[in-house]
Structures are given as structure tokens and as C-alpha cells.
Design a protein around this ligand. Structure first.
Ligand code: M6R
Length: 608
């Protein structure tokens, strides 16, 4: 959601900024702009629409000389996506340029105050207030100005700021919104995430809230809000630049679907050692685990769907009651949790605003917070009591696939380890599940090999207007993910239901030809879901089923069946989801949708 880049060095800045913004396109945006310091002035170009408009406007950046600048892709919050509302925003004299991610909650009060001092505003954005405030406070010392600015702003922000008086330095700061500093050779950068930095460096600083960064070509200084210098160790990012490139695939989503066996292998194999599940840097031993009366899993979107699977499997292996919640609901619920609660938060980005807020609420109430996160150094990773990383590598497509699969993999590890520590999981079941975990990457590869049939079915069914997904137990949890995947990239209306709920209302929507995708991989419940499938079939539904190889029970009712390899019941969701991801992908592809950047969506939802 919005993307920031900033550059200072010896290269022409504008092409560097455009390249960085292109890498951040996946976050979602509807306008873009850059500002460059050059010859004692700030020069700016910005435009509504895709980055190509800005590229054309600036002749790929060549029209803007200068070696220092800031750039932005905007996902509209305050004011429509117009040229004027696009970032950067200039102060009234044009001496300061600002790019901003986040939301300034008190912008209206600040604006009114500034208007009383004679400041006029040209845009409808909250960000313009920041540019004007900088000018209002500036008395020749940018560091002082930044501190005064922070004291005024309420809400979330990461900022890049150029000052016309500073030909060699620019400024950045963050609060509750991601910003990373890239340390190059004779050049330094900022970006909303590391993907935009990888072409220049793999050495980064992660910033804490309210830290101010002063970037020059040969030096980066970080100050706290008392103006004291902060010493930080650079972190090395293991991802290389190819991880954030398409590598010959038409879409990032497809590349990431195909990367799942490898991502799951990377996530699992260092933690499966000689028959033992090894969770490094983990502070939950048996004694601590026995103190937990409840497990609460909180997340958003697909990460919440992983939580939904987690509820079934953790309750089964630990016999501890597990509650799940959507982070935006949890944070305002007045949740009943305390030191006897293990709170698990799940997030690919580690920057989802609602999940961060829920985590902070949980910690404030005394819960022990364990985070399952993909992005190293992200806010959730840094603030949680314990972190288990999903080693999925950068995920670029808005629709998550490999992050979902690796999150599931980490939950399995937890479920097995907890079951072992508590003695609630019989030895034989543990051993079988452990072996199945070792085989999971291989089985994922097999599941992906069946994509031709799925592509064919998508070509037959892509013109449906409404699709239902049904399942029971973990199949219901996976059905939710299948439905979300389809609707977010193909724009087809879709709903997921627990099979047993159909008769309580939804079945009235079934008409001749309605597509119902029936998940039937839960062995002990196949007969039950088969009855539900028969009920919709009797009302004319077109039935697509997902079943495990060798189980022909659904074949008798369904119009077509996607078969997935069989594994231990606990791990089956990892394989069940694969045809659903592929089906969504192929349907969207048939419809010619913008698969990697679906309309209205952002990869990382960093505002509430
Ligand atoms: O980064 P997070 O895992 O916290 O993101 C949560 C959701 O925004 C995310 O899973 C979203 O639902 C995906 N676009 C689904 O594909």
C-alpha cells in the first residue's frame, strides 16, 4: 500500500527512483511521482495512473537531472487519485518536498491551524499538511524541524523529505509504517521494502519508530527523537535481486505458486533434524506451555485462513482451546486474554496495520505473542516475544500463495512440537506426521504437476458469475482460502461455507449451472460432504470436487474432480489448496485480469 523510494549517490536519481517504484508496483497504487534536488531547486513530476505515465512524462527519468531525489506510488486514501493528489507534495514556497505512506489522523486540525497562518492547500491529501508543517517549523535546522514535526503528527507515517537548502542530504522517518534504509557503495537509499533495494545493496538498516535518518551519498546517520545518535548494526538480506523478478514467468503469482515446494522445503528442513522438531530462539518450553489455558490466533485475509486451519490442528494436537480472530475485529473487541494466553499472530508482510495493533493489544494484556512472519525485521517480527520465520522469500503477487503454504508449514511444526511437549500427541502419530512433513515438498511438486487438467476446467468455467466453495473441518478452512483467491484476482463473486450450513440458508442461491467447488479431503467426513454435494447437485449445480488420490467417492456425484496426493490428515490442507490456487489463477488468466495487481487491492495493508 503506497511505496516510497529515496536515493542519494552519484547516479542520476530519477531513473533509479523509477526502477525502485516499479519494484514496489505490486504493493498497489493509482498514481506516482518523483521530486529531484537539482541546481538549488526541487523539480517534480507526478501523474495519476500507472507508472508508465510518469515514465513517459519524464522520458524514463532523463528529463530530470540531479543525483538526489524521492519517489512515491500512491494508493488513494484522502482525495481521489489525481495528478494534484499524487505525491510528492511541495510546501507553499516549493522549498520542501514530501512523500508519505500512512495516514495522518489529526491532519484536519493541523490544516486549519496552518490556514490561519496563511498557508493555502492545493490537494485534498493529509500529506500536504506535512510539507507545509515542515516549512512552518523550519528555521535552518532540518533535524530540529523533523523532531517538531513528529511531535505534531498523530497517526502512521513513513516519510522521505527533500529540503532545497540541503544539496547533499535528504531525510526520512517512520512511525507505524514500514521504511528500510539501503546501504550502498557511495550511494544510499530508502524504500518501503527491501525488494526495491536489492538491485543496489543487500545491507540494510531497519528503523524503529520515530527514528530520523539523514542520508548522504557517503554516510547514513540515525537519530532518536531526543536528537541523540543511534548506533545500529546493518542487517544482511539473503534474498538476491532475482527473487523479486519474474524469471521468465508471465506472472509473479504463477512463479510463486510454482515456488511452493522449495519455499516449504526451506521453511521445514532446517527445523526437522534427526527425528526432532527444532525451533530456534524459541522461548516456550514445556513449563511455559503448560501455563497456557488458551491459544488465540489473530491475522487478516489469507493469513487468517491459515489461522482457521490452525484452530483445527492445534486443538487436535494440544487439546488447548484455540480461538481465532480477524485482527480488525480483535483489536476493538476487548478480548479476554492475559498471561495465560498464547497469542499467535500470522502475517506475511509483518506490517499489516490491524495485525500490529492486535499484537500490541495482546502484549499489553500480558499474552505471550508468537509471530509467524515472512519479512525479516518487519514491525511484527521485531515486537513479538517469539518469531518463527516462513522462509518463502519475497512474495510480490498481491494474491498470496507461497506465504500461505509456508505459514501452514510453520503451524504444523508448532502443532507437532507442542503436542510432543505436552504429551497430548501419541508417539506413533507424531512420528507419522514428522515423516509426512519431510515428504511434503515432494508431494507439493506432485500436486502442481496436475495443472493441465485444472487449466482446462478453468477454460470451461471462467464465465461463471457466482461460485460457492464448501467443505467440512479443515476443508472448510481451505475453502475460505480458495474462495478468496478466486474473488481477489478474477473478480467473480464467491463465498465459502461449511458444508453443514448450506441447508441453513445458502442453498436457496443454488440454481441450474451454479458452480459449487466441494472439498472432500477429510477422510472421516467425506460421506457427510458428499451428501451436501448431492443436495446442490439435485438443484442443478455444476459440481467440481477436490479429493485425495484413490478416493473415488466424490467421482460418482461430481462433474469433475481435482485429485491431490494423500498425506497425513493433519497436513492435507497444504495439498488441498494447490488446485484452488491454480484454478483461481487460470480463471483470472482466461478473463484477462490484472493478476499480480488486482484492482483496488494492495499487497500490504499498512493503514487501518
Ligand atoms: O501481510 P499479511 O499476511 O498480514 O496480509 C494479510 C492479508 O492482507 C493478505 O493475506 C491478503 O488477504 C492477500 N491478498 C490474500 O491473497
Amino acid at each position: 500500500m503506497c511505496g516510497i523510494v529515496g536515493y542519494v549517490g552519484s547516479k542520476q536519481a530519477a531513473p533509479v527512483l523509477l526502477k525502485g517504484l516499479a519494484t514496489l508496483e505490486y504493493r498497489g497504487y493509482d498514481s506516482a511521482g518523483i521530486a529531484i534536488w537539482h541546481g538549488g531547486q526541487l523539480e517534480m513530476a507526478k501523474a495519476a495512473g500507472k507508472l508508465q505515465v510518469l515514465r513517459d512524462l519524464t522520458a524514463e527519468g532523463s528529463k530530470l537531472p540531479g543525483t538526489m531525489g524521492i519517489g512515491h506510488t500512491r494508493w488513494a486514501t484522502h482525495g481521489e487519485p489525481t495528478d494534484v493528489n499524487a505525491h510528492p507534495h511541495l510546501s507553499r514556497s516549493g522549498r520542501f518536498a514530501v512523500v508519505h505512506n500512512g495516514i495522518i489522523e489529526n491532519y484536519q486540525q493541523l490544516k486549519t491551524r496552518l490556514q490561519r497562518h496563511g498557508y493555502n492547500f492545493v490537494s485534498q491529501t493529509d500529506t500536504e499538511v506535512i510539507a507545509q508543517l515542515v516549512e512552518y517549523y523550519y528555521k535552518g535546522d532540518m533535524l530540529d524541524t523533523m523532531i517538531q514535526l513528529m511531535n505534531q503528527l498523530e497517526g502512521s507515517y513513513s516519510l522521505g523529505i527533500l529540503c532545497v537548502d540541503e544539496p547533499e542530504r535528504f531525510y526520512a522517518v517512520r512511525k507505524d509504517s514500514p521504511l528500510v534504509v539501503g546501504l550502498g557503495q557511495g550511494e544510499n537509499l530508502i524504500a518501503s521494502d527491501v525488494a526495491a533495494l536489492l538491485a543496489y545493496t543487500q545491507e540494510v538498516y531497519y528503523l524503529d519508530d520515530r527514528e530520523i535518518v539523514v542520508l548522504a551519498a557517503d554516510k547514513v546517520e540515525i537519530y532518536d527523537s531526543s536528537r541523540d545518535l543511534v548506533h545500529k548494526e546493518p542487517q544482511h538480506i539473503d534474498w538476491d535481486v532475482s527473487a523479486a523478478e519474474k524469471g521468465g514467468y508471465e506472472h509473479f503469482m504463477f512463479k510463486e505458486i510454482m515456488e511452493q515446494p522449495e519455499s516449504v522445503r526451506k521453511t521445514l528442513s532446517p527445523r526437522l533434524q534427526d527425528g526432532q522438531i527444532v525451533l530456534d530462539d524459541f522461548h516456550i518450553d514445556r513449563e511455559r506451555l503448560e501455563q497456557f489455558r488458551k491459544i488465540y490466533i489473530v491475522a487478516c485475509g489469507s493469513s487468517y485462513h491459515v489461522a482457521a486451519v490452525g484452530k483445527y490442528i492445534l486443538e487436535q494436537t494440544t487439546r488447548i482451546p484455540v480461538e481465532i480472530d480477524i485482527a480488525s475485529e480483535f483489536r476493538y473487541r476487548g478480548p479476554i486474554i492475559g498471561p495465560d494466553t498464547l497469542m499467535i499472530v500470522i502475517s506475511q508482510s509483518g506490517e499489516t496495520a490491524d495485525t500490529i495493533a492486535a499484537m500490541r493489544e495482546g502484549r499489553a494484556l500480558g499474552a505471550h505473542v508468537l509471530a509467524i512472519v515472512n519479512v525479516l525485521g518487519s514491525t511484527i517480527a521485531r515486537e513479538a516475544d517469539d518469531v518463527l520465520y516462513t522462509w518463502a522469500g519475497p512474495e510480490i503477487a498481491v494474491a498470496t500463495t507461497k506465504a500461505y503454504s509456508t505459514q501452514l508449514a510453520v503451524l504444523y511444526l508448532l502443532a507437532l512440537r507442542f503436542g510432543q511437549l505436552l504429551g497430548t500427541l501419541p508417539e506413533a502419530e507424531l512420528a507419522a506426521a514428522y515423516r509426512a512433513l519431510e515428504q511434503l515438498p515432494e508431494l507439493l511438486e506432485q500436486a502442481l504437476q496436475k495443472r493441465e487438467h485444472i487449466q482446462h476446467m478453468a477454460s470451461q468455467l471462467y464465465n461463471k458469475h457466482s461460485i460457492f466453495f464448501i467443505g467440512r473441518n479443515v476443508d472448510y478452512a481451505v475453502a475460505m482460502e480458495g474462495s478468496l483467491k478466486l474473488k481477489e484476482i478474477s473478480y467473480i463473486h464467491s463465498e465459502a461455507y461449511a458444508g453443514g450450513e448450506l441447508k441453513h440458508g445458502t442453498i436457496s442461491l443454488i440454481e441450474p449451472g451454479t458452480l459449487v467447488v466441494t472439498l472432500a479431503t477429510c477422510d472421516r467426513l467425506v460421506e457427510k460432504i458428499k451428501s451436501n454435494a448431492e443436495e446442490v447437485k439435485a438443484r442443478g449445480a455444476y459440481l467440481l470436487a477436490v479429493a485425495v488420490e484413490g478416493d473415488e467417492r466424490l467421482a460418482k456425484v461430481a462433474d469433475a474432480v481435482f485429485y491431490v496426493p494423500k498425506t497425513e490428515a493433519l497436513l492435507q490442507p497444504s495439498l488441498t489448496v494447490i488446485p484452488l490456487q491454480l484454478f483461481a489463477y487460470y480463471v483470472a488468466s482466461q478473463k484477462g485480469c490484472s493478476i499480480d495487481q488486482p484492482k483496488n487491492l494492495a499487497k500490504s495493508v499498512t493503514v487501518e
